[in-house]
Design a protein around this ligand. Structure first.
Ligand code: SF4
Length: 328
């Protein structure tokens, strides 16, 4: 049954697989690894143009390893989850120093920033290893196929889906199925190659599998971003290497806090992080605070490598300066 389902899945993949720039019949481990790191928490549509820019600028892991932190963080700007970028840099330098990527799942897992999923994905896709990568798409397809409500039962069940040959293609076929037909809402069961064997489809309520996650309410926090202007420039700083948005360009400001500070903000930008939401109050100041920084021309603000939080806060501040009545 599972071998039959895997064969049906691979037939479908061979005729309908998504054309993605990191895919190839002879996969390049660098491109597979880079794409998997970029795709964490980020959609294929967002990643695709950014991936193409990255590999054009740094076509090999050695080229990436030789780039400066600032260049890489700047190129990463806007993709979010900046710990990924810092791990990307550390991993590229380790791989270049070692003379290439390790080929086993365990060897890959030991690299900076490679969690269980990414190590399994690179091992399966780039090296054809018997690894079983389970992202949210794969989890959903497997849970539905076997009629599992408990997500914890998925990894063991998924093993039976990987017959040994074409492991990387099975993984990518499951990822594609989850992204295209076996969607969270309104799965297109009649078009699915697994339809006749799928327990969730047979139940008549495929969306009920797996059971929905219970989401915890995110705490809310507050921050101040100093808005220091001189002519057509704004004062920027680089955040400390450790912590959220570490090493990224930013507006200066104190540590974020749980209580709303009293300050005369010209704009407030609300931003959602994975574990909390933030109100960033943009507050005018006459002079730059103590510490290092630079005057960034506002005309060249897109070249500063700002993460989305600060790019949007600056946009809100500029709008508020032009149209004070719209200010928060
Ligand atoms: S038949 Fe439906 S529920 Fe089952 S794997 Fe295919 S799309 Fe998903």
């Amino acid at each position: 049954m599972d071998a039959t389902a895997a064969a049906l899945l691979l037939d479908h993949y061979d005729s309908a697989r998504r054309d993605l720039p990191w895919r190839s019949d002879s996969p390049d481990p660098y491109r597979v690894w880079l794409s998997e790191v970029m795709l964490q928490q980020t959609t294929v549509a967002t990643v695709t143009p950014r991936f193409l820019r990255f590999v054009e600028r740094w076509p090999t892991v050695e080229a990436l390893a030789a780039a400066s932190d600032e260049e890489i963080l700047g190129e990463w700007a806007g993709l979010g989850y900046y710990a990924r970028a810092r791990n990307l840099i550390a991993c590229a330098r380790k791989v270049a120093a070692d003379g290439g990527f390790p080929v086993t799942e365990a060897g890959l897992r030991a690299l900076p920033g490679l969690g269980a999923y990414t190590a399994a994905a690179v091992a399966a896709i780039a090296f054809g290893q018997p690894a079983v990568p389970i992202d949210t798409n794969v989890e959903r397809v497997i849970a539905r196929f076997y009629g599992l409500t408990e997500r914890s039962a998925v990894p063991a069940a998924a093993r039976a889906f990987f017959p040994g040959a074409r492991n990387g293609d099975v993984a990518q076929a499951l990822m594609d199925l989850g992204a295209t037909l076996c969607r969270p809402r309104a799965p297109a069961c009649p078009a699915c190659p697994l339809w006749k064997h799928c327990q969730a489809a047979a139940s008549g309520t495929p969306e009920a599998f797996p059971a929905p996650k219970v989401r915890k309410a995110r705490p809310h926090r507050f921050g101040i971003a100093w808005w220091v202007r001189k002519d057509d420039h704004v004062w920027l700083v680089r955040r400390a290497q450790q912590g959220l948005l570490g090493g990224m360009a930013a507006l200066p400001g104190p540590e974020w806090q749980d209580e709303r500070p009293s300050a005369n903000a010209i704009a407030i930008h609300r931003h959602g992080f994975t574990h909390f939401t933030l109100d960033l109050l943009v507050v005018p100041a006459a002079e730059p605070p103590d510490g290092e920084g630079w005057w960034q021309p506002l005309q060249g603000i897109a070249d500063a490598g700002l993460p989305t939080l600060y790019a949007r806060a600056i946009k809100a501040a500029l709008t508020a300066e032009r149209e004070p009545r719209l200010a928060a």
